[in-house]
Design a protein around this ligand. Structure first.
Ligand code: UT7
Length: 323
């Protein structure tokens, strides 16, 4: 059977680093509070003239190089983002133009912090049906553009960045030993919008708006909801959570990712955590963590990976991948 396999991974963080101490100069917070409650030490901030598509392009180039593919071969681009350059065209179409890819499929997926898992699932629908031979799936965000810098409950939590994977069709046996995207569980509960949203938009007030969050409420939902989705994704793939080599969670808060791992009985040595380095980069956080785990040699071809995320919507989801 045809499977969709991740054949290359890339990541990019903008140059400017903002430390917790930098934030404490203008908002009532401290390095100690942020580290203790979130595990975050710093975040990256895109330059003013650096739109999210530039971050996406940088990550995509690294992913293509890792896969041994060229821009000419890319026939589909899916970008998960909630902070697009423009209302339209999509970031995916802009990335296609900037990379110089030929005419193909390009569109964005909007599921906020869960966007990368949603986008991977969408790409699987094309690649495993032989409708794309070389897909770029990118999570890219400039979350700092959505911050209310007077709100200490949110502005310390987010950062900018991008991560990308190349997804290609491979022949499999239809077993859990196959390489590829093996299982998914996607969820949304729109009734919980008020817990995490942006108070602006094209067809409401014509503003970009600011991110608003009832952090402790989201925290409470996160551990329970994510755990359920992880178990469902593992069942969809036909594997046990215990079989997983690496747990690659959405990087929102060290306490959340540890809480989920504990609830699922996953050894902390199997958890990839990068939240300290780049804070919550929304849809970019899973591919950024994957990129770091591969770059430092921990994650190896053939290993079984479990990814999960939760964000605005509320949306959440999980996915099982054999690299
Ligand atoms: O990816 C999207 C999903 N989003 C998330 O996963 C975020 C989920 N939520 C969280 O990560 C945590 O809830 C936070 C990090 C946002 C907050 O941690 P918490 O332990 O839930 O704290 P809290 O909101 O209950 O606030 C505790 C105290 C409050 O002060 P009082 O009312 O007890 O006096 C807050 O005002 O901490 C205060 N506080 C801060 N203090 C210093 C809130 N933010 C800050 C801050 N610096 N930055």
């Amino acid at each position: 059977m045809l499977r969709s396999a991740v054949t290359g991974v890339g990541g990019y963080l903008p140059e400017q680093i903002v430390t917790n101490d930098d934030l404490a100069k203008f908002v009532d917070t401290s390095d100690a509070w942020i580290r203790e409650r979130t595990g975050i030490r710093q975040r990256h901030k895109a330059a003013e003239d650096q739109p999210v598509s530039d971050l996406a392009v940088a990550a995509a180039k690294r992913a293509l190089a890792a896969a041994g593919r060229t821009v000419d071969e890319v026939d589909m681009i899916v970008v998960a983002t909630t902070t697009p350059d423009l209302t339209f065209p999509s970031v995916a179409a802009i990335v296609q133009r900037k990379l110089g890819c030929p005419v193909g499929i390009a569109f964005d997926v909007q599921a906020v912090c869960s966007g990368f898992v949603y986008a991977l699932s969408v790409a699987d629908g094309f690649v495993a049906r032989n409708r794309s031979q070389c897909a770029l799936v990118i999570g890219a965000e400039t979350m700092t553009r959505l911050m209310d810098w007077t709100d200490r409950g949110t502005c310390v939590l987010f950062g900018d960045g991008a991560g990308a994977v190349v997804v290609e069709p491979v022949e499999g046996e239809g077993t859990t030993a196959d390489r590829g995207l093996l299982g998914f569980a996607l969820r949304a509960d729109g009734a919980k919008q008020d817990l995490l949203y942006v108070d602006g938009g094209v067809s409401t007030n014509g503003q970009i708006g600011h991110l608003r969050m009832q952090g402790n409420q989201v925290f409470r939902h996160a551990v329970v909801n994510i755990s359920e989705a992880v178990v469902a994704a593992a069942a969809d793939a036909g594997v046990n959570v215990a079989d997983v080599d690496w747990f690659i969670p959405h990087q929102a808060n060290q306490r959340i990712l540890e809480g989920v791992a504990k609830r699922l009985g996953i050894d902390s040595a199997k958890v990839i955590s990068t939240v300290a380095k780049h804070a919550n980069t929304s849809a970019a956080s899973i591919p950024l963590a994957l990129y770091e785990g591969i770059s430092d040699g921990r994650i190896k071809p053939g290993q079984l990976l479990l990814m999960e995320a939760m964000g605005g919507g509320l949306t959440w989801g999980a996915c099982v991948v054999r690299l």
